[in-house]
Write a protein that binds this ligand. Structure first.
Ligand SMILES: [Zn+2]
Length: 100
């Protein structure tokens, strides 16, 4: 039986994963242009915008996969995903119904 401490650590981990994903999603346009400015104007690297945008998209995919792979602290199955659908805004476990 998992303790409340392991639940707390699991929710903290989930919040960290969620924050990274939302920051990458909402910071997409300013982040790409800020990186472009820093690389091209300050560091004189001549970086292409397509390369930076692709790297940003890869980072979003990485964060999404981390979010999707979060396991429920109660039943140890995937929290957001059941056999037919992935719902990242879910407030309870897809299997045991444990509230977030
Ligand atoms: Zn569960």
């Amino acid at each position: 039986m998992p303790t409340s401490l392991s639940f707390e650590a699991a929710w903290r981990d989930l919040n960290r994963r969620s924050t990274i994903l939302w920051l990458l999603l909402f910071g997409c346009f300013p982040g790409v242009f800020l990186l472009l400015y820093l690389l091209n104007e300050l560091l004189l690297q001549d970086a292409p915008i397509l390369g930076i945008a692709l790297a940003w998209m890869a980072a979003i995919a990485w964060a999404g996969i981390r979010m999707a792979s979060f396991t429920c602290p109660s039943c140890r199955r995937l929290f957001f995903e059941n056999w037919y659908f992935f719902k990242p805004l879910r407030r309870s476990c897809a299997y045991c119904g444990l509230q977030r």
